[in-house]
Design a protein around this ligand. Structure first.
Ligand code: HAM
Length: 429
């Protein structure tokens, strides 16, 4: 501030509003009913399969992600939020949950001669171009199984995801696409074939694909570049190069899905954007969300635990994008309170809080919003209406004297009645 500027004038200038970071969204109260419905369904489904929860940090050493996901992947090359912390260590916001999950499991000895079936839910961060269904901060629910070579447990995971769609009522909007990357050995053979094929078409490759020709040719198959599509279409299929063991693993997985009556489509071009996969990989896709149609994706990653310094242990899992699942929901149960307490008269205003407590004492499932801040009866009823509560419970002098509340149905047909607290419980719940 200059010496000439008066402090009172400087104080008057309004501070600039600071906006959120592009692609990192607030989830606002009126969206929460859908999120809560989804998260409750997730918790219910994982519990019904006996999976336990794990929570790992949002930030990990950068080297973890480059080693786990692969140096030559879009995620590691272009999309990570990476920074040096005050000690000069390179850290990154997690772009996905599997790497941190595996790190934690190795660090705490969770994988040593044990079978683990675990799940997680949390924010992930990728510096992608934001658009509908694609954000820079998004939520994933993931489920991972360690210690079982499959394919029965791969099928279990897929059935678990299918049960989640059923619970959410979105099963008709999703299709299961599946493919096999085969064992590491059969992938190496296929890799050679791909390099030969794409080298023969070198002049038509876009810059990214040209660069990946030697470093990671499988990723070329995932290119979204329109000019690349005809070349990709003609590329050899991984399925034709599976060795006998890989073929048997995949066939057994498909047989289990068929036995469970689960429909799938084999997509020979499905490769996934992360390097750690082997054998069966899959994506649940929808055409209801435009370009960002993959709601849930996963597969087997038998080599990853060894690659991150643990003892070689088979593992498999998937992750679902919560924003995309929320966007598919249509019928979401309300999370409005059961009742709004309207307080008429000074005595009721003073006693209201305690009456609301008495109701809550009767059952932990009752939700009551108690009016605060005074105001006319009309304005209180307006707020009751806005709260979404089914009932208004009016406390007035008469009620205080007779220990009753006047119960008014704000949304249905029930007649107004004066009731004791114990009588109210069964009406509210
Ligand atoms: P992913 O395919 O990279 O796999 O991500 C899984 C899901 O997260 C996607 O299908 C999508 O629904 C959601 N997702 C990814 N990026 C975004 C974004 N920018 N905005 C909104 N949603 C997004 C993995 O992350 C693996 N860790 C899955 C896995 C677990 N594989 C084995 N275990």
């Amino acid at each position: 501030m200059s010496a000439l500027e008066s402090p009172s004038k400087a104080n008057k200038s309004k501070p600039q509003v600071i906006q959120s970071i592009r692609g990192m969204n607030d989830i606002l109260p009126d969206e929460m009913a859908a999120w809560q419905f989804l998260e409750q369904a997730i918790r219910q489904v994982v519990a019904s399969y006996g999976y336990q929860e794990i929570r790992t940090p949002e930030v990990e050493k950068t080297a973890l992600f480059s080693r786990a996901i692969g140096d030559v992947t879009d995620i590691v090359e272009k999309e990570m939020y990476t920074f040096d912390d005050r000690n000069g260590d390179s850290l990154s916001l997690r772009p996905e949950g599997t790497a941190g999950f595996v790190r934690a499991g190795i660090e705490h000895g969770l994988f040593y001669n044990q079978v683990q079936r675990l799940w997680y839910l949390g924010s992930m961060f990728r510096h992608e171009r934001p658009q509908k269904g694609r954000y820079r901060r998004f939520f994933q629910f993931g489920a991972e199984v360690v210690g079982l070579p499959g394919p029965d447990v791969d099928a279990e995971l897929i059935l678990m995801s299918a049960r989640l769609w059923q619970t959410l009522g979105i099963q008709d909007k999703l299709t299961l696409q599946i493919n096999s990357l085969g064992s590491l050995e059969s992938r190496a053979v296929y890799r050679e074939k791909l390099v030969q094929y794409f080298t023969a078409h070198r002049s038509k490759l876009d810059a990214d694909s040209e660069r990946r020709l030697q470093s990671n040719p499988l990723r070329i198959l995932d290119s979204k570049h329109p000019d690349m599509q005809p070349i990709i279409k003609g590329a050899p299929h991984l399925g034709d190069y599976l060795d006998a063991e890989s073929r048997a693993h995949f066939d057994a997985l498909l047989a289990r899905l068929e036995a469970a009556g689960l429909a799938y489509e084999i997509n020979p071009h499905l490769v996934r954007g992360l390097d750690y996969y082997v054998h069966g990989i899959y994506e649940w896709v929808t055409d209801a969300l435009g370009a960002q149609g993959t709601v849930c994706a996963g597969g087997r990653y038998d080599g990853l635990i060894g690659q991150l310094g643990g003892r070689e242990t088979p593992a498999t899992g998937f992750a679902m994008g919560l924003e995309r699942a929320v966007a598919l929901l249509s019928d979401v149960p309300s999370n409005a309170p059961h009742a709004y307490m309207v307080l008429i008269g000074e005595a009721a205003e003073q006693a209201g809080l305690l009456w609301a407590e008495k109701l809550r004492d009767r059952s932990p499932d009752i939700s009551v919003l108690c009016h605060g801040g005074g105001g006319s009866v009309k304005s209180q009823f307006k707020r009751a209406d806005k709260s979404g509560a089914r009932f208004a419970l009016v406390l007035d002098d008469e009620g205080l004297a007779s220990e009753t509340l006047l119960c008014k149905d704000l949304r249905g047909e029930q007649a107004e009645q004066r009731l004791k607290i114990d009588e109210l419980v069964s009406i509210l719940l």
